[in-house]
Design a protein. Structure first.
Length: 520
């Protein structure tokens, strides 16, 4: 379908219409608040004031790219800011856009205190995690939150959903097209028109006009053989999940509700097992992975061997603790020097083999993988989702994924061996996942006694250098607007499984005392 013909773009001015938070905290302290070189001249500002143009503060939020972040280490934020400013100025000639950069909440507070004559705020999130959008949204001025996809996506989803729950005057735009942001921004013109419609309602309507209409969501039959729910719950009572280096999400509630044991171990134990791994066996695994890959891009063979040694260390811990799954605080461990390799390739192998390898010490997602994997015999894929309304898509992004989405005995899909995206180090995975298939994405939170669920049809393996390596784009079944409302309550991660799992999951919820919450 031709996207250009699917969207109408009326101008409001023509009528009266925790993942990675510690990194942000460390990096922000090194940066100062400065006006950008692209800020309008005094003459232009005076001209705009005389013409009665609304004065809109264009706030770019990100932390320095000197460390590992989204979009990636070394990212040229200044170039991107200049590009976006020029496009917005061209598309919104009736606005006086005043660009600046904010890198933390304190800088946002200072900006608000200094801004005496600003009519509204366009907060463009280029990176993670600053805390600035939440401060600006709470100030009560007419505000637009915009996501520069694969840059500020996590903070956008969390901040925008929180603003909605707080009934703030905040409009959200999550689109790969800057033109869609401009359509909402044109509604700032209403602020200079007495008796005009409410800004937030008008800007929301303008943004919705740019959304792509849903496509054909029909998918081929994909029967999923599930275990009896009673047997599944009984099996979970005898299973264990290792959490390395400190994690987040429920632990006691999981053990009390499901009987699954959560075993906390320090980074040191994994590091020592990594150092002691059989180098010859590691080389064999590395050769196997390289041979099966469609291509190897950044990592050297030595780095892949190092990742294979980490895989053997993961197996050693599983054997030592009689566990069926492991999740590692990999970012904190690697960046802090407590571990000397990424676990990504090993996690892929574990998930392919019917075990659980979970990212970032996320107990919630790792247990979700364990529970639903036990029920269905299929592996889950943890991701940091991104929403693109211009394509009616949710994109599941992470630096590792299974290559056997239909289970250990099913077919394998192609993959590339890449570096880890945020810091361009180590070895990770770009899995080219099957398309045209129905997926079920969820989280099980034992603390809340809830299961959050949505479904989508896989559309594309997105090839984009920014952010995580695997990016599976899918078209959701249901309301894309509703899909932007739960992130402040549930966090950024989601776990995706192939297949229509709604019926067996409903049965699982009934048997275990969970409430199923429809996310879309």
């Amino acid at each position: 379908m031709n996207q250009a013909s699917d969207r109408l773009r009326p101008s409001c001015g023509q009528g009266t219409l925790n993942r990675r938070q510690f990194l942000g905290a460390c990096a922000c302290c090194a940066a100062g608040l400065g006006a950008m070189a692209v800020a309008p001249s005094l003459a232009r500002a005076a001209e705009a004031a005389a013409a009665g143009k609304p004065k809109v503060r264009l706030v770019f939020t990100h932390i320095p790219s000197t460390g590992p972040i989204w979009p990636n280490i070394g990212y040229d934020f200044d170039k991107r800011k200049k590009e976006l400013t020029e496009k917005l100025e061209a598309a919104c000639p009736n606005l006086d856009l005043v660009p600046t950069t904010v890198m933390n909440a304190d800088q946002a507070k200072k900006l608000l205190a200094d801004d005496k004559d600003i009519d509204g705020y366009l907060v463009y999130m280029l990176g993670l995690w600053t805390g600035a959008p939440q401060v600006i949204g709470a100030a009560g001025k007419p505000t637009i939150f915009a996501d520069d996809l694969y840059g500020g996506s996590g903070e956008y989803l969390v901040a925008y959903s929180a603003a909605r729950h707080a009934n703030q005057k905040v409009v959200g735009v999550s689109s790969s097209r800057v033109e869609d942001v401009a359509e909402a921004a044109k509604c700032f013109e209403l602020l200079k028109k007495p008796g005009a419609e409410d800004f937030a309602k008008a800007a929301t309507a303008a943004a919705r006009k740019t959304w792509k209409a849903p496509g054909d969501l029909a998918c081929p039959d994909d029967p999923v053989k599930t275990m009896d729910v009673g047997q599944c719950l009984e099996k979970l009572k005898g299973m264990s999940l290792i959490v390395v280096g400190g994690g987040w999400g429920p632990d006691k509630a999981v053990q009390q509700m499901f009987g699954t044991k959560i075993i906390e171990v320090p980074h040191k134990e994994l590091h020592e097992a990594h150092q002691a791994a059989d180098k010859a066996k590691a080389a064999e695994w590395a050769e196997k992975w390289i041979k099966a890959a469609e291509k190897v891009i950044e990592p050297s063979k030595e780095e892949i061997v190092n990742s294979a040694a980490m895989y053997l260390a993961e197996l050693e811990l599983l054997k030592r603790h009689n566990a069926q799954g492991i999740t590692v605080n990999c970012l904190g461990g690697f960046y802090g020097g407590a571990i000397k390799g990424y676990p990504c390739l090993g996690f892929c192998q574990l998930n392919n083999d019917g075990l659980v390898g979970g990212c970032e010490g996320d107990r919630t997602s790792a247990f979700t993988m364990m529970a639903v994997g036990t029920l269905t015999g299929r592996p889950g894929y943890i991701s940091d989702p991104v929403i693109d309304t211009s394509r009616n898509q949710i994109i599941y992004a992470h630096c590792v994924a299974t290559t056997k989405v239909f289970g250990p005995d099913g077919p394998s899909n192609p993959y590339h061996i890449r570096s880890h995206s945020e810091d361009r180090k180590g070895a990770s995975m770009r899995s080219l996942l099957p398309l045209g298939r129905l997926t079920t994405t969820l989280e099980i939170n034992a603390d809340r006694k809830e299961m959050l669920v949505h479904q989508a049809k896989t559309i594309e393996n997105v090839d984009e250098d920014k952010a995580c390596r695997t990016k599976l784009a899918a078209e959701p079944k249901g309301d894309l607007d509703k899909l932007q409302t739960m992130w402040d309550q549930w966090g950024w991660h989601r776990v995706t499984f192939y297949g229509d799992l709604k019926a067996p999951l409903a049965e699982f919820c009934k048997a275990s005392g969970l409430k199923m919450v429809e996310e879309a």
